[in-house]
Design a protein around this ligand. Structure first.
Ligand SMILES: [Zn+2]
Length: 121
């Protein structure tokens, strides 16, 4: 819907462990932040238990309750995003170890082959 993606550099994920989404004008940096309203969520105990990771919850039942709740469980606030450097597309190179493409700025071998990140065992 927003044409924002990792590929074009207009989508960023800040993994703060929160349930929120910020949409803003990329030039003015003004926008809104949507978040789950914990007061409103109390009207929907199944959703609250799921969000707070309390007990063993049936996800299909939670999904139905979320659909019933709709926007009622969300709040929003106006925000201004701090200026930031947009991620630029890096030139790609072949990794001399695994042969897969990776950002050339990482050197001759990719992050995985270099052992700098151990995502896989
Ligand atoms: Zn590699």
């Amino acid at each position: 819907m927003t044409c924002c993606s990792y590929g074009n550099g207009w989508m960023r994920v800040k993994d703060w462990g929160k349930t929120a989404l910020t949409l803003y004008d990329k030039h003015e940096l003004e926008g809104i932040r949507l978040f789950v309203d914990l007061e409103e969520i109390k009207k929907y105990p199944l959703i609250e238990q799921w969000l707070m990771r309390i007990g063993n919850i049936n996800k299909e039942e939670v999904a139905k309750e979320i659909m019933r709740a709709g926007r009622d469980i969300l709040s929003w606030q106006r925000v201004r995003v701090a200026p930031y450097e947009r991620m630029k597309k890096a030139r790609l190179a072949l990794c001399s170890s695994c042969g897969e493409m990776h950002p050339a700025t990482d050197g001759d071998i990719c992050i995985r082959c270099s052992g700098k990140d151990n995502y896989y065992e």
